[in-house]
Design a protein around this ligand. Sequence first.
Ligand SMILES: Cc1cc2nc3c(=O)[nH]c(=O)nc-3n(C[C@H](O)[C@H](O)[C@H](O)COP(=O)(O)OP(=O)(O)OC[C@H]3O[C@@H](n4cnc5c(N)ncnc54)[C@H](O)[C@@H]3O)c2cc1C
Length: 376
Amino acid sequence: MDADVIVAGGGLAGLFNALQLNRAGLKVTVIEKKNYPFHRVCGEYISNEVLPFFDKLDVDVNTLKASHINQLEITSVSGKKFAQPLDLGGFGLSRYTFDHYLYQKAQAEGVTFMLNTHINDIRFADNRFEVVLPGQTLTAPLVIGAFGKRSNLDKQLNRPFFYRRSPYVGIKVHVKIDFPDNLIQLNNYKDGYCGVVKVDDGKWCMCSMVHRDDVRKYGGLPEVQEHIICKNPYLKELFGHAELLMDKPEVINEISFEKKAPVEQHVLMSGDTAGMIAPLCGNGMTMAIHSSKILSENIIKHYKLSQPFTTQQRQALEQEYTQAWNRQFARRLWLGRRLQKLFGSGRAVDVAISALNLMPGIAPYLIGKTHGQPFA
Ligand SMILES: Cc1cc2nc3c(=O)[nH]c(=O)nc-3n(C[C@H](O)[C@H](O)[C@H](O)COP(=O)(O)OP(=O)(O)OC[C@H]3O[C@@H](n4cnc5c(N)ncnc54)[C@H](O)[C@@H]3O)c2cc1C
């Protein structure tokens, strides 16, 4: 194996880094523990911030029949509702479809993929990486960490956030419901919220976050749906008439919004691996894609093809990437953590919805602060 860059993890951050670096002439190997296509826990609403960048990369989501979203609603357990048009808006697209499309595109353009392959460890010595897989070890001058919100690799790299437990559980289902094509609805309940949006293929995504203590208290997810989630009258109505289009819900544990570092033990982190914004901001995928652009541009700037990659070049790359990442994302993540604390508390959400209805200018302000500008 003679890759210039090994990308650890093939979600949006990994796939977009691979597309860009491969086009710049670098040899890229993506290692992903699963096999495309597959479902992920995700609300599947993507901000239109990404569209100029997609045009540049010839990524056409219209061919994938993404829905167009231009309306936001926020609801509470007491039945209060705030509604507002979304200035920039976004689109709904399942990760099952989108990640598979990007994988096929990257593979057709020459990126090497190792699928169904679990990375056991990443080590750095003598200015090179060793990436340890079952039965073999690969080496490369650069490794991108794109292994998502929480992975065995966080433990191997001894990242501090890994040892702070997080109580949040995420659940995603695709359903058929009677629901507008252009609306994203954020529905709150005790300790969590559920986003609803139309995606491709005549399906709607309903993605919920709940608290682990509630799952323990009521004995399981169906019980939490009955006793907690459906206390919100809008969700009671939607779940009451939903036709489930998946064999079983997709579930993940330990969703953490703790601070992380964009570079750790010389691994260049991208997407959720560098930092995850609270899902209610609806901006994690855009940040994953934007962070891949910032990282790939820095790698292309500092890594000279066919020349040894010196420790000085590595140091400059790591410094510039860290600074650029913090400039673009650190404030958004800070605000996301604060909003995450507000949502999930019944009274606070009621007060917030009343305030939003009285002063509708607050919502675009908050959306602006948790999102970025369109980028290319
Ligand atoms: C409940 C919930 C709702 C959300 N809703 C939205 C939303 O509506 N809009 C939005 O923009 N964002 C949303 N997000 C955030 C969004 O899903 C993430 O920000 C986005 O998926 C990050 O992409 P990524 O490439 O960094 O990570 P991922 O997409 O998680 O990809 C990481 C990949 O690494 C692989 N991997 C991990 N460990 C290993 C290993 N050891 N070896 C090999 N492969 C490995 C995994 O299999 C995975 O494929 C939501 C998140 C949650 C939890």
